[in-house]
Design a protein around this ligand. Structure first.
Ligand SMILES: [Zn+2]
Length: 193
């Protein structure tokens, strides 16, 4: 594991690239770290790791990706999004799936009325992380229309920001990033805010 010269900004940028569809091999070259480190960092920051070979092969710029996800969650069909962004429907499906969006079964519409949203306020702390604002993708929608709300938190130790599910924060499942958590366990150092 060679991660000594990665700044939190670099790590964040790498994770953004991964979420946008870049594969671990590509990121390994781009950031000069081994593939295992890429995956370890992605995982440590609460991002779902795609199965090997699961890269979409399509680089979608982050802004486009955000818009596609928002469109889909607002009830647009895969076909309509495919037309709008001039991609194949199967590509849209792959890109959305790779980014943690659950695809609705056919004919199912997302409009079910949002559940009351109660985000923890900015500044709220959860054993190792502080809420710093809204997540890039504010919520994901499951097959039955249920929403998982997300917020952006900052690790007290390495100051890396990541987006996590509010429910995971509330039940204590998501605290400081995993890398820092295991580091603090190993060294016996307790990180203070
Ligand atoms: Zn950390």
């Amino acid at each position: 594991m060679t991660r000594a010269n990665l700044t939190p900004e670099t790590v964040q940028s790498m994770i953004g690239d991964y979420q946008a569809g870049a594969g671990k091999r590509e990121l390994s070259k781009r950031y000069g770290i081994c593939k295992e480190t890429v995956i370890a960092l992605v995982r440590a920051h609460g991002v779902e790791v795609r199965p090997s070979g699961g890269r979409t092969g399509h680089r979608v710029p982050p802004e486009t990706l955000q818009r596609m996800i928002a469109d889909y969650q607002n009830g647009f069909s895969l076909e309509r999004i495919a037309h709008q962004y001039q991609m194949h429907t199967s590509t849209v499906r792959a890109v959305l799936t790779a980014n943690g969006v659950v695809i609705r079964s056919q004919g199912q519409h997302s409009h079910r009325g949002p559940a009351a949203r109660k985000d923890p306020p900015v500044g709220a702390t959860f054993g190792g992380s502080t809420v710093v604002g809204p997540a890039d993708i504010p919520y994901t929608v499951d097959r039955s229309g249920g929403r998982t709300y997300r917020v952006r938190v900052e690790c007290w130790s390495c100051k890396t920001q990541r987006d996590v599910a509010v429910s995971a924060l509330r039940r204590g499942a998501s605290r400081m990033c995993r890398a820092c958590f295991s580091q603090s366990n190993r060294s016996g150092v307790v990180y203070a805010k």
